[in-house]
Design a protein around this ligand. Structure first.
Ligand SMILES: Cc1cc2nc3c(=O)[nH]c(=O)nc-3n(C[C@H](O)[C@H](O)[C@H](O)COP(=O)(O)O)c2cc1C
Length: 239
């Protein structure tokens, strides 16, 4: 199996798609990946609307502030949140924060599954929510959160710059930066390995001394029982 990090790093947000068919089996796998995302208390307060008809895709693209290239995607998956479900368990935090995070996790799972299937995908967040609602008959209490576009990529855009680890990682506390994170991690793992090595040595020493004592006991008890046998034989020999 490929390291998931390779998939994560090589995934790109695809702008232009080829007018090529994507099997429904693949679309189903992508939806399944979304369904298996983590969610607060496993509330799974999402619904995924699959849109594949050209007219409907065109209308959605318009509602996405005229991102018409989306029409070429084979399928648009509209990820809708049901905030009330999360609000019931977690109050305002559930409604506002967890709901968004749950749907974001589902979206990311879909993007990665699409990429692992050799397809292109795009995360679309810029749209007129009410327009999307009325196009798809989504009730007021449900919030369209993201649209995942799936298709065959026309081209793979270059990797946009990503901040280095040193910029985005603090260790231990806010603003505690390390110049070379991988060196820091290496040093830390060396220290831990050394400590583990020491622990292993003392466990091995302890084990071998226990084994020695057990062996000694066995030898002693054997020779004691052999002694008894001898006595027994002698007794037998004696008429
Ligand atoms: C919340 C969110 C909203 C986004 N909205 C759009 C969008 O409306 N249109 C679009 O083309 N890309 C959109 N993107 C994709 C980003 O532009 C893209 O992920 C970013 O440029 C980094 O590129 P990469 O995904 O290839 O690493 C969105 C991404 C996120 C996470």
């Amino acid at each position: 199996m490929n390291d998931i990090l390779d998939l994560i790093v090589s995934r790109r947000n695809i702008k232009y798609f080829l007018p090529k068919f994507v099997s429904w089996e693949k679309i189903t796998r992508i939806l399944d990946a979304g369904r298996h995302a983590p969610s607060s208390g496993n509330v799974q307060n999402w619904k995924f609307i699959v849109v594949y008809e050209a007219d409907q895709k065109h209308a959605l693209a318009e509602a996405c502030y005229e991102q018409y290239d989306l029409v070429m995607a084979h399928t648009l998956i509209v990820i809708c949140a049901e905030p009330e479900k999360a609000e019931r368990y977690y109050g305002l935090r559930g409604e506002r924060l967890y709901t968004t995070q749950n749907c974001a996790a589902a979206a990311q799972n879909m993007l990665l599954e699409a990429h692992s299937l050799g397809l292109g995908s795009a995360w679309i967040g810029a749209f007129d929510e009410d327009a999307i609602r009325s196009l798809l008959g989504i009730p007021d209490e449900v919030r369209p959160q993201a649209i995942v576009a799936i298709g065959h990529p026309k081209d793979i855009p270059p990797k946009p710059p990503k901040y280095p680890l040193e910029t985005v990682v603090y260790i231990g506390k806010w603003r505690s930066r390390f110049k070379d994170i991988s060196k820091y991690m290496n040093d830390t793992s060396t220290i831990i390995a050394r400590k583990l090595g020491g622990a292993k040595e003392s466990v091995e020493k302890g084990a071998s001394s226990i084994a020695g004592k057990v062996k000694e006991k066995i030898v002693r008890s054997r020779s004691a029982s052999q002694g008894k046998e001898e006595v027994h034989t002698k007794e037998k020999e004696t008429p």
